[in-house]
Design a protein around this ligand. Sequence first.
Ligand code: ZN
Length: 351
Amino acid sequence: MHTFYYPDHTQHDPARLHRPDDAHWNKYYAEVAQRGQIIHNALQTADLGPISPPGDFGLSPIQDVHAHQMLTLLQNAHDQMKLETGRDVALPETFSLRPRSKRHFYSILGQLGLYCFDTSSPIFAQTWEAAYWSVQTAVSAAALIAAEPEKTVYALCRPPGHHAAADQFGGFCYLNNVAIAANWLVQQGQRVAILDIDYHHGNGTQEIFYGRSDVLFLSIHADPRYEYPYYWGFADEYGDGPGLGFNHNYPLPPGTQAPAYLDTLARALIQIRAFVPDSLIVSLGVDTGEGDPTGTFQLTTPDFAQIGQAIGQLHLPTAVVQEGGYRLDTLGQHVTAFLTGLLQRQNVLPS
Ligand SMILES: [Zn+2]
């Protein structure tokens, strides 16, 4: 297995907003730089294959998915906030709703409320750079499975991406790594299936492909009636227009354990087989693990190996892209268990 990893992602670190002894507050900034380092160290220890920095595919794959105005905002928000308010982090204070305003705003807070949908996605001086290279990490993985379909590739992305839509960011996400990688593969003539197994619904990815039939999107996640992102991820969201039937959501109740999870996964895999994709992208979140500060599911390390094995039985060219997972003491072992299970079933590793 090949891994792509951009070590300087650590320049973007929401941990700098943490408050001592305030676990509830800190949960909103759980996407800390240490996560990437922990997974990287666990991969090295597990010895799953070479790790290299991503290639640079430039801005155009990003521009093909995201709105120009949002990209400009992400690049400029920190500097403009600093200039206007003296603050070293850009976060919205209000949100433009019902309907979103089409006017032009000169103030940074006016602009942020148009494109950001929550308060958990701070923009620091280095956030754009980290988000840019997180995309390049995912596109590098896509390019490698396109060139060498027998390979399984892991993109150790940080920050994550699946909550970012074409013109909205939030949920610790800025640019949608998986959507950009999938769209890049479509441009190479491929049919792509995206399986999102993060605890939270991949609302951004869903929205980007909602009207399209060339990308199948499936998401297994916590029921949005109880959990973030609340307004997306229901079982009756099947896609729209030409995309009707190419979107499948599998919301599960709080506290879900392995038997129910694996049954649901088996149903999702039937849909993937029926679609007959050229390649598979997995949005891997291990915040489904027991004790995750952002979740309620109770999956264990051996469960992640089983999930990897089940997906590996598809025998598809597969790029695994990192999304969430916030319990730091189990993060590395959950990710390596998943990847090891995946490789075993693909007959890359002995089982
Ligand atoms: Zn998540």
